[in-house]
Ligand binder design. Structure first.
Ligand SMILES: *Cc1c(COP(=O)(O)O)cnc(C)c1O
Length: 379
């Protein structure tokens, strides 16, 4: 099967060269827009493309306010800050995620609490969340505290793994019983929908990434979206050094951040966002071809689940065992077709080894079997 897969991928991408997991393509207005910023000299912190990219994201996701920032990690960090996560708090998330999710939690002085994922979505499990809160949580006044540690449970950050939506409505319903705000890590799920609504519009707010390997890229960049206008305006204020607008005076009214996306990057992003619908279509076609290829084989191609429409950002297969996984990884990479195992569970990294974690049954299972396969859009 692995040999068939390698030759299939070579046919798909029509090359005998090395095939990466995900490479961007720039075939729309990207060059024109980037040149505009050079010609106008507005390459940095002000410029029309920043506003335009925010408007494009608002309309694409059907959200009220979008705030462009330097990268996805900054989008997560500023979101946590703005919803009131403080030093010494706990934040619930999944261990099966890219390290940036947990890094952002630590950047605001809080500590990650790792709960299990569901096998089918590969994202935070509503059942794991419910049982953790039932056992450990206690409402005191407006907030919820962990009875065992005495710490405030200040937020919950589910992540839509590889663009497959989590059961976000159930997670939000559980969190709202406990007054816990939900920040959706949508870094991987631009163009993914759950029950017809764009991912990121269920929680209080959401953080996107436009890193070079994401479905659209601004070189580096990120975006926060929210339907809470007051919160959105505060985030914009915080990311732009918390400066009070004034024609020439420098007055800042809190400790701000220099997290705004440069206009140069926003120009590239606008060019990319214009092609997002087309990228989604091409990816869906690739997914159909992969699904056919792996039909009746021991290797399972992972597809979108009930109630969800995935963006198929980074496609993946599930092998039968750790041993099968390792053989597949070796044979494909040896033949110039890049494949990569899903992330090491975060509590196995030295920085997070002392964080709380629950049973992690599904996370452990997936960790030993899931492998990403080439998923780039081609022309
Ligand atoms: C890419 C990614 C991020 C971070 O985005 P950057 O733009 O690289 O900072 C955060 N969370 C997840 C799940 C990601 O995949």
């Amino acid at each position: 099967m692995t040999k068939e897969f390698v030759s299939f991928v070579r046919d798909l991408y029509r090359t005998t060269n090395f095939i990466p997991l995900h490479a961007p393509i720039f075939q729309g207005n990207e060059r024109k827009y980037v040149n505009d910023t050079l010609d106008s000299s507005f390459v940095s912190s002000v410029g029309e493309y920043v506003n335009k990219s925010e408007e494009l994201m608002q309309s694409f996701t059907n959200s009220t306010k979008a705030i462009a920032v330097v990268n996805g990690t900054a989008a997560l960090t500023i979101s946590l800050k703005a919803i009131g996560v403080n030093y010494g708090d706990e934040v619930i998330t999944q261990a099966l995620t890219f390290v940036a999710t947990a890094n952002a939690i630590v950047h605001v002085g809080a500590e990650p609490v790792f709960l299990d994922v569901d096998y089918d979505t590969m994202g935070l499990s509503p059942m794991a969340l419910e049982s953790f809160l039932t056992e450990y949580a206690e409402i005191r006044g407006e907030s919820t505290y962990n009875k065992k540690t005495g710490k405030k449970i200040a937020a919950c950050v589910p992540m839509h793994t590889f663009g497959f939506p989590v059961k976000i409505d159930e997670l939000v319903a559980i969190c709202s019983k406990w007054n816990i705000p939900v920040l959706e890590d949508t870094a991987e799920s631009l163009g993914s929908y759950y029950k017809g609504k764009h991912t990121g519009t269920f929680g209080t707010l959401a953080a996107f990434s436009f890193n070079g390997n994401k479905i659209v890229t601004s070189g580096g960049g990120g975006m926060v979206i929210t339907d809470d206008i007051t919160l959105g305006k505060h985030i914009k204020h915080l990311t732009t050094t918390a400066k009070i607008p004034h024609p020439y005076e420098f007055v800042h009214d809190e400790i701000g951040y220099n997290f705004r996306m440069p206009n140069l990057n926003a120009a590239l992003l606008c060019g990319q966002l214009e092609q997002l619908e087309n990228f989604l279509l091409i990816k869906r076609n690739i997914a159909v071809e992969y699904e056919n290829l792996f039909k009746n084989s021991a290797i399972k191609f992972r597809t979108e689940k009930e109630n969800s429409r995935a963006n198929y950002w980074l496609m993946c297969v599930e092998l039968d065992s750790l041993n099968e996984r390792d053989n597949f990884l070796k044979e494909t990479n040896d033949n110039g077709v890049m494949t990569r195992p899903i992330w090491k569970l975060l509590y196995k990294l030295t920085m997070f080894k002392n964080c709380y974690r629950d049973s992690q049954k599904s996370a452990e299972y997936l960790e030993s079997r899931i492998v990403n396969i080439p998923s780039s859009v081609f022309s």
